[in-house]
Design a protein around this ligand. Structure first.
Ligand code: SF4
Length: 418
């Protein structure tokens, strides 16, 4: 209909558009009257009758993200070093992104009209950072005396038919004992409306200047896992699913074997590091048959220090199938410090350090999660530029199989993946 880039969409069927949610929901009708302001300032009305299900073909500007009103001691963003690109410091706490993308939100910046909207549009399920249900404990954890009562908020939402996944970041001394138990009891009382709960150990970087708590150690992690096991036994018996999950980090910290993929059902909290290792193991196992022979190849694999001990079992299986030799290169994180052990947070400088002098490798695989959509590592190094300087072809990979299986040729696969 000739809608130009830069057009401001004002109303749909007489209702004002505040953001992408309004657009998504109000344009679900097939008969639409859309009022818009063109880039030249002229207001136009589009009357549209569209065939059922056909997309309108309008691309919206990225939403202005709602920022967080809290100041959690354990906030990862507060633990970022200075000097990174600006958008990494945005502390989003946005129920709209919680619904649309599964980002966790604390709901602490929600107004009455937001609750009305969630109920009207049935934004379900939401992903909620609960951390603790006792109000005083939650105020302390979120470092915000004005935090609303999460139980009252969740009651209101769930009575209106909204379901949610919850997460609790566990901080030793703050919510690892009775507060954790009470919170789990409260969340359990929501019945089917609370779809799952993930317990995640606090993780701090060397720049986490707000953090006053104790670090998470093996003993603490084991105690939290005990609670996971107790509650999952109850949930399996009473509702037929596990309901509560420990993040992979909790198992690694407590030296407890990680469960297999069947444990995690539909992997509803995988973005939260819950079941990521099991999913990787499964993808490797299921992909082995797709792999070509790669006899004589030497393949470097860069990873973080927490994943390194889990890699040999996977790489040995791939090696047995392909004949390739794998060289594991576990790297400490030079930007966040040695306490940040996740492979996906390695930065360009770490990849360079790992590979710059490895003239013995035919190719190298790096964690694909280290690179954003613009091809940049967290330290703003460009993957394409870095790759040019390294002595072997380098390919971002999620699970090895993705790169090694394509067309039976690692070179070809790598070009596609890159
Ligand atoms: S809720 Fe806490 S952890 Fe999340 S962004 Fe805000 S301050 Fe950071």
């Amino acid at each position: 209909m000739g809608v130009e880039a830069g057009t401001e969409l004002l109303t749909v069927n007489g209702r004002e558009l505040k953001d992408f949610l309004d657009w998504e929901f109000l344009t679900a009708e097939d008969e639409l009257v859309i009022e818009a302001k063109q880039p030249d300032g002229e207001t136009v009305i589009y009357e549209i009758e569209r065939p059922e299900g056909e997309a309108l073909g309008v691309e919206l500007e990225p939403p202005r993200v709602r920022v967080c009103a809290n100041r959690c001691e354990f906030c990862f963003i507060e633990g970022l070093p200075q000097g990174l690109r600006k958008n990494l410091y945005v502390r989003d706490d946005d129920y709209r992104l919680s619904f649309a993308y599964g980002n966790f939100a604390t709901l602490s910046n929600m107004k009455e009209r937001d609750i009305q909207r969630i109920l009207e549009y049935r934004l379900s399920p939401l992903y909620v950072s609960v951390h603790a249900t006792p109000w005083e404990a939650r105020k302390k954890l979120l470092n915000n005396p004005k935090v609303p009562d999460i139980l009252a908020q969740l009651r209101r939402l769930t009575e209106g038919g909204i379901q949610f996944h919850g997460q609790m970041v566990i901080v030793p001394g703050l919510n690892d004992a009775e507060v954790m138990e009470e919170s789990l009891r409260d969340l359990w009382s929501f019945g089917d409306a609370c779809l799952s709960v993930a317990l995640v150990p606090v993780g701090v970087t060397q720049f986490s200047h707000l953090y006053n708590g104790r670090p998470m150690d093996a003993e603490n992690a084991s105690r939290i896992l005990d609670a996971v096991h107790r509650w999952e036994a109850r949930a399996l018996a009473e509702r037929g699913d596990r309901w509560v999950y420990g993040s992979d980090e909790l198992y690694l910290l407590s030296n407890h074997p990680l469960p297999d993929a069947a444990h995690y059902g539909d992997f509803s909290q995988i973005e939260n590091g819950v079941g990521a290792v099991a999913s990787l193991r499964r993808r490797v196992r299921d992909g082995l048959d797709k792999l070509p022979r790669l006899d004589g190849r030497r393949i470097g694999v860069v990873t973080g220090t927490s994943m390194a001990p889990l890699m040999p079992e996977l790489l040995d299986a791939i090696s047995a199938r392909t004949g390739a030799t794998f060289v594991l290169l576990p790297m400490e994180n030079s930007l966040f410090g040695p306490t940040t052990t996740t492979a996906g947070l390695l930065v360009g400088a770490d990849i360079r350090r790992a590979l710059a002098d490895r003239h013995d490798l035919d190719i190298a695989l790096i964690p694909a999660e280290t690179i954003n959509d613009a091809g940049l590592f967290l330290d703003d190094v460009s993957f394409i530029m870095l790759r040019e300087t390294l002595p072997m072809p380098v390919y971002p990979s999620y699970d090895f199989v993705d790169v090694l299986s394509l067309e039976g040729s690692p070179e070809h696969a790598g070009r596609s993946a890159a």
